[in-house]
Design a protein around this ligand. Structure first.
Ligand SMILES: Cc1cc2nc3c(=O)[nH]c(=O)nc-3n(C[C@H](O)[C@H](O)[C@H](O)COP(=O)(O)O)c2cc1C
Length: 362
């Protein structure tokens, strides 16, 4: 048991002591101006102390325009925000874990933004669903404005400049481009939110173009030796059961193009990672990714609460597992799994209100 989980690995030459990563989780615990403080240092360091080989940060916004998504979300734009992250990075690095910054642009799902009142998206399509109340949202999402070419270029530049700040100034080992869960890059990838008929819209490959442009711009800024990953999903925070209408054939194209773009890992997330990705086949999303991108590390996430579930994914289709809620309940999840110790259930109050979590209590 647990033979693969504790096998060392590497991501683009950076050693990772085991295969367990902390999944990105927004905690809305920065200052109002997006600056990470001491509480976030303790929070992130405790996962590293608990034995995770790598920690992926919560989604960090990338500009002072339309990217901020939630109130009290951290950014990596101003000097103060960068300095705040440097403190968090130092605390994590002291505990010997790889630390990756997840970069997010909320697009139409932005429900709080200290820089703009409006929201921006591929097309002027009001998001389905309701704002997330545990992140202080209420009611419908705003009707977004369709982004101009100039705004799209600014978003690409913002991802790239933030990646550069994250790595060269804050000290992260790498970045993860958030192209999942319904946020801006996923809005471009999704047929019903992207109704453009310019080069950024069309079939699934055309709709992936913005993600590919962001990857290229980020890579150009951080260089060949820094970890660059991308997160991909079908489901969205506002449309949980969404499935790609192009099915497996579309997924194969997406994963193959992400590999060709030169990412170091593809992070796939589904509600339950072991379930078939599409109704007309047995393969999981991770298995399709593994097959279509055989030379790229696959990180798999979704419901892998126990060592057994994680191990099964590592045996079948993934190089790393990302643990979300089970890690919130057990900051020392890897240590517990290694020892065969019992895992704690997620306390009900952990998710709401997320800002009130005291790291010492979880
Ligand atoms: C409180 C909370 C915050 C989250 N924030 C993010 C985020 O910032 N970025 C992201 O990509 N996913 C985010 N997620 C999704 C998780 O990374 C993960 O995909 C999800 O929790 C399913 O994995 P699990 O079953 O291991 O919890 C969040 C999930 C939770 C519970």
């Amino acid at each position: 048991m647990t033979s693969r989980l504790f096998t060392p690995a590497a991501l683009n030459g950076t050693p990772v002591k085991n295969r367990a990563m902390v999944a990105p989780m927004t905690r809305i615990s920065a200052s109002e101006t997006g600056v990470p403080g001491e509480m976030m240092q303790r929070y992130y360091a405790s996962f590293a102390r608990g034995g995770f080989g790598a920690v992926i940060s919560e989604g960090i916004y990338v500009d002072q325009a339309w990217s901020q998504t939630y109130a009290f979300q951290p950014g990596i734009v101003t000097d103060e925000q960068v300095a705040g992250w440097r403190g968090v990075v130092e605390a994590v690095k002291e505990q010997d874990a790889v630390f990756i910054a997840q970069l997010i642009h909320g697009g139409a799902l932005s429900q709080a933004n200290i820089y703009r009142r409006s929201t921006a998206a591929p097309s002027a399509v009001k998001p389905v669903g309701q704002q997330l109340s545990f992140y202080h949202g209420q009611g419908d999402y705003a009707q977004p404005e369709a982004m101009s070419d100039r705004q799209i270029q600014q978003a690409i530049d913002a991802f790239a400049a933030s990646a550069e700040r994250a790595v060269n100034r804050a000290g992260f080992d790498g970045v993860e481009i958030h192209s999942a869960n319904g946020y801006l890059l996923d809005q471009f990838l999704t047929d019903y939110t992207n109704q453009r008929n310019d080069r950024w819209g069309g079939d699934i490959e055309a709709r992936l173009r913005l993600t590919l442009a962001v990857i290229a711009a980020v890579r150009a800024k951080v260089g060949p030796e820094t970890i660059v990953g991308v997160r991909i999903s079908q489901g969205k925070v506002n449309d949980f059961h969404h499935k790609w209408k192009e099915g497996k054939a579309g997924a194969v194209k997406v994963f193959a193009q992400l590999q060709a773009a030169g990412v170091d890992y593809i992070h796939v997330t589904e509600y339950q990672a072991w379930q078939p990705a599409f109704s007309d086949g047995e393969q999981t999303f991770a298995e399709i990714a593994r097959e279509a991108a055989p030379d790229t590390a696959i990180v798999v996430n979704g419901g892998l609460d126990t060592g057994e579930l994680a191990e099964a994914q590592l045996e079948k289709s993934a190089d790393f597992v990302a643990i979300g809620k089970a890690a919130l309940a057990n900051h020392d999840w890897p240590a517990r799994v290694a020892q065969g110790a019992a895992l704690r259930d997620l306390p009900e109050n952990v998710l709401s209100p997320v800002a009130n979590i005291k790291p010492s209590e979880v």
